[in-house]
Design a binder for this molecule. Structure first.
Ligand code: 0RA
Length: 640
């Protein structure tokens, strides 16, 4: 369980000033894209959750305000405001010094330790303003900062009091700094999803969310009495369930372990790991502990029941998790993280503890619920069968693939063989494909036209998927193979193109085409997305030709609206119905030329709450190269 020690001078170690945070924001919040922006909210909320875990806070409110700011308030004890050893209010130190945070120790202030658990001071540094009210000891204490710098003068080191109150709690209102963030509009859906998840992991907590930015305020309350059982139920809603959710809980080596799982009639697994309420995107020791013991348990039962005969090989781990949705949540007193994004739990004792608790509890359950056990083993049998078919399919594909790159049907490859310079455009439709082939710079741009409806692979079995010509063409062209739940033959180092760019008509809603095209990427080549290689081209919807002045391409209706406001004189408007309508020069200028085009990079924003694959995929805009280099140059300058 998370423990709070007493709050004293030593518990906050001053590492560096907030200047460092503004210079290299990415180091502290991951990125300055929308993901990083939303992260500001989580940093503040996580502190309130810690106060809940300490036993003092039952409700947290998160409001997205009309002015673009966010208010997070809780009914905890309130951040201490008394005089700190350094002669200023403790609150000041919390917001102006970079403390080690839970990443390095189990300090007072931050126990959980997640991706970038450095907390309040980072949010403060990256906000145009941050306003705080602490209700404690009968008074409301007030403080205010601008870009991390306090603007209120302390009296004898103490904060001004702006009112009386019987309540206790902390209220923080902050506005993200547009000098730092590419986008400053919080994404309500993403924030709600994360808050909902927090509610599942803390069944006694209520989280109230309001989006006050629109005409009407959206008000949502998250309270999930059933905890992670409800979480699994929600992840599986709209799916064909094979049995009721199985729940287990226990303690070992001072680590609290909790798990819930349920099988559905699908061909993949979804096993999520949390440590101290923080999602571990890269998994880690808690998950390996669970997976290992689960595989052993199921194989033992399968042999005991005679489902696996002596001559049969064991089910693989992936076999036994076929169709499984699981949430494993542990509370660890001193978590350590590793991996590319520091979200992979690294403590060996976590593996032992989960393995012990899950092993004992799952056997206890299955001993009493043989029918459920049999249907779970049924899923493993199905998976094993498919795995064998797949292994055959894969051998076939790979042997065909060997020399098929250049003779790959309609692929118009580029001349360069240096993957770092190459791009491949996936173009829907033969006519658009033809225009793109004429318009491209064949030196570094390849075109792969694909036709019509590509198979919906979310549901299809692997051999069907591999029989699909369009998907095969993509796998062949990219050159890195593919991975599926049952094995991993994907090798990103073999990728032949730095950018894979999906190009579809502007008129078609980007999200719509992404649905079918991105699903196979996500399912078989997820690393392409995780490593930022997948883009969506943004062809313009209109061309505005004024009587006097420059022609301008407009990328959506909003741009047109703005153009109308901006542009008083008369102008001719050309609307492009499809890519095929543009002449090669226009296509080059608007969609292909790195100097002038706009791309959206596909990101997996929130892989856990989404009920279908496509909801997870979102775009962030990548400006034309010139603007991009300019931004990089700014960064470089700041990076000294
Ligand atoms: C340190 C000590 C105490 C409370 C908190 C931190 C605290 C921090 C935050 C951040 C957001 N909401 C919060 N609520 C409380 C307890 C001090 C005491 O009363 O002994």
């Amino acid at each position: 369980m998370t423990k709070k020690t007493t709050y004293d001078a030593d518990s906050i170690s001053v590492l560096e000033g907030l200047e460092a945070v503004r210079k290299r924001p990415g180091m502290y919040i991951g990125s300055v894209s929308r993901k990083g922006l939303n992260h500001l909210i989580y940093e503040i909320v996580d502190n309130s959750v810690d106060e809940h875990l300490a036993g003092y806070c039952s409700e947290i409110q998160v409001f997205l305000e009309k002015d673009g700011s966010c208010t997070v308030s809780d009914n905890g004890r309130g951040i201490p405001v008394d005089l700190h050893a350094k002669g200023v209010s403790a609150e000041r130190l919390v917001f102006t010094t970079l403390h080690a945070g839970g990443k390095f120790d189990d300090s007072v202030y931050k126990t959980s330790g997640g991706l970038h658990g450095v907390g309040s001071s980072v949010v403060n540094a990256l906000s145009t303003y941050l306003d705080i009210e602490v209700s404690r000891d009968g008074y409301i204490h007030h403080d205010h900062y601008e870009r991390g710098v306090p603007t209120i003068e302390l009296k004898d080191g103490l904060l001004p009091v702006i009112g009386k109150t019987k309540a206790t709690g902390t209220k923080i209102n902050f506005l993200p700094d547009p000098e730092i963030f590419e986008k400053t509009r919080f994404q309500a859906e993403e924030v709600k999803s994360r808050l909902h998840e927090t509610a599942y992991l803390n069944p006694e907590l209520t989280i109230i969310f309001e989006d006050r930015r629109g005409e009407q305020t959206e008000h949502v309350e998250f309270h999930e009495e059933n905890g992670i059982v409800g979480f699994v139920e929600d992840l599986n809603k709209n799916k064909e369930k094979i049995h009721d959710v199985i729940y287990f809980k226990g303690e070992s080596e001072g680590i609290l372990v909790e798990g819930a799982f349920q099988y559905v009639n699908e061909f993949h697994e979804n096993v999520l790991g949390f440590c101290n309420n923080i999602y571990n995107a890269e998994g880690g020791t808690h998950l390996t502990g669970f997976k290992t013991v689960f595989t052993t348990v199921i194989n033992n039962y399968a042999r005991e029941l005679g489902i696996l005969k002596e001559k049969d090989a064991n089910f693989t781990g992936a076999d036994v998790r076929n169709g499984m949705t699981a949430v494993i949540s542990i509370k660890h007193p001193a978590p350590r993280f590793e991996g590319q994004t520091k979200t992979k739990l690294d403590n060996q004792d976590a593996s032992r503890a989960v393995s012990k608790v899950a092993g004992e509890e799952i056997v206890r359950y299955f001993d009493r619920n043989l029918e459920t056990l049999k249907s779970v083993i049924g899923c493993a049998e199905k998976a094993a069968k498919i795995r064998k078919t797949e292994e055959r399919a894969k051998t076939n594909l790979l042997s065909k693939q060997k020399y098929s790159f250049d003779s790959n049907g309609k692929l118009a490859n580029c001349e360069s063989r240096d993957p770092s310079k190459c791009e491949i455009f996936i173009v829907e439709g033969d006519s658009a494909g033809g225009s793109a082939k004429t318009a491209r710079d064949r030196n570094f741009q390849a075109i792969l036209p694909i036709r019509g409806k590509i198979l919906n692979v979310e549901k299809a079995s692997i051999d069907k998927v591999l029989a699909n010509a369009e998907i095969k063409a993509m796998i062949n062209a990219f050159g890195c193979g593919f991975s599926e739940g049952y094995g991993n033959d994907f090798d990103i180092s073999k990728l032949r193109y730095d950018k894979i760019i999906i190009m579809a008509d502007a008129a078609v809603d980007g999200a719509h085409i992404s649905t079918l095209l991105l699903t196979p990427f996500y399912r078989f080549m997820a690393d392409l997305i995780y490593e930022g290689h997948v883009y969506i081209a943004m062809p313009p919807l209109y061309k505005a030709m004024p009587a006097r002045g420059q022609e301008e391409y407009l990328y959506d209706d909003k741009a047109l609206e703005q153009y109308r406001k901006r542009h008083k004189g008369s102008f001719t408007l050309q609307r492009y119905k499809g890519l095929g309508e543009m002449d090669p020069d226009q296509l080059w200028e608007t969609t292909l030329n790195p100097e002038t085009r706009i791309l959206k990079r596909v990101e997996i924003e929130d892989a856990r709450m989404a009920s279908s694959v496509t909801e997870m995929l979102m775009g962030t805009e990548v400006p034309p190269r010139r603007a991009f280099i300019y931004e990089q140059a700014c960064d470089a300058e700041l990076d000294v």
